[in-house]
Design a protein. Structure first.
Length: 300
């Protein structure tokens, strides 16, 4: 089967590409460039470098593909690309290109808590992208994933490096909200099954959550334990984290935390939104956030 992946050099896109290639599928990776943490090309895939908003070139890239996984996304803007351009304009181009190319299945990878939200440009633009897909003529599935972790992610990478230098975790909010951490392997299984079976979850918006629900500070404690550190958890108000995110985005090439991530943690990442349905029982993620699982995803 021939499958295109937009954002294919990013965290989720790379895991999906490796999985599909290992199963004998032909994979087309579409991206503006190689992801900065993964400079090596993916063996066995065809790489096409283009802007996701270039509908004409995207149509040609999708030509002959049975399915498309639209994984392009970011939590922080850059000088060359805004959240509006990537999440909304990019989704519109991808949908139009898929319709023009006669793609049989279109899967949008979104985020669990995405909804109209004037406070968060990230949530707002991701919601616009979802609405564009829902209004299309495509045989689509929108997968709204919880907080995803695994090899090459930001979560395990940033926190493990932080705890090696400083044994303190700043809790987001004086009263902490819960999260449902989702192993990237489990998410890839859901994406793959949805791509390969045209009838599976057809024209549905589906919540994809990890099997455990707990405060984010508990996740931090488990990560610290996996790297052999003890940490002190200190609660800080949300506005403190927003200030930290502002300076982090402004002065760090790879921000420690972004404004959109602060908003999501402040909201909680454990409940599906009204427009989404639960996964069927046979597709439910089962991987626990254990010390062994964490160590598998830690940077080498």
């Amino acid at each position: 089967m021939k499958i295109a992946i937009t954002g294919g050099t990013g965290f989720i896109g790379r895991h999906l590409a490796h999985d599909l290639i290992s199963r004998g599928h032909e994979v087309i990776i579409i991206s503006r460039g190689f992801y900065t943490r993964n400079t090596q090309p993916i063996q066995g895939a065809t790489f096409i470098q283009l802007d996701a908003r270039d509908t004409e070139k995207l149509t040609e890239a999708f030509r002959g593909c049975n399915a498309v996984a639209h994984c392009a996304g970011t939590s922080v803007e850059s000088k060359t690309q805004t959240l509006q351009q990537l999440h909304a304009d990019g989704a519109r181009s991808a949908v139009t290109a898929a319709e023009n190319a006669g793609v049989k299945k279109f899967v949008l990878v979104s985020y669990l808590t995405v909804r109209p939200n004037p406070v968060s440009e990230y949530l707002n633009t991701k919601w616009q992208g979802e609405e564009i897909v829902r209004a299309s003529k495509l045989n689509y599935t929108i997968l709204k994933a919880g907080l995803v972790y695994g090899s090459g992610d930001h979560l395990l990478n940033n926190l493990s490096n932080l705890f090696k230098k400083m044994p303190i975790f700043a809790q987001v909010g004086l009263k902490e909200k819960n999260v449902r951490l989702l192993a990237v392997e489990d998410l890839v299984d859901v994406i793959r099954e949805t791509l390969l079976d045209e009838s599976r979850l057809s024209r549905q918006t589906v919540a994809v959550m990890g099997p455990e629900e707990f405060p984010f500070s508990q996740a931090a404690r488990r990560i610290a334990k996996a790297v052999g550190k003890n940490i002190i958890v200190l609660p800080f108000p949300v506005f403190f984290h927003r200030i930290l995110a502002f300076f982090s985005e402004r002065f760090m090439p790879k921000p420690l935390i972004t404004k959109s991530q602060v908003q999501m943690l402040a909201d909680g990442i454990s409940q599906q939104t009204p427009e989404s349905v639960a996964l069927p029982d046979d597709m439910q993620p089962k991987t626990q956030f254990t010390e062994e699982q964490i160590k598998k995803g830690l940077p080498k």
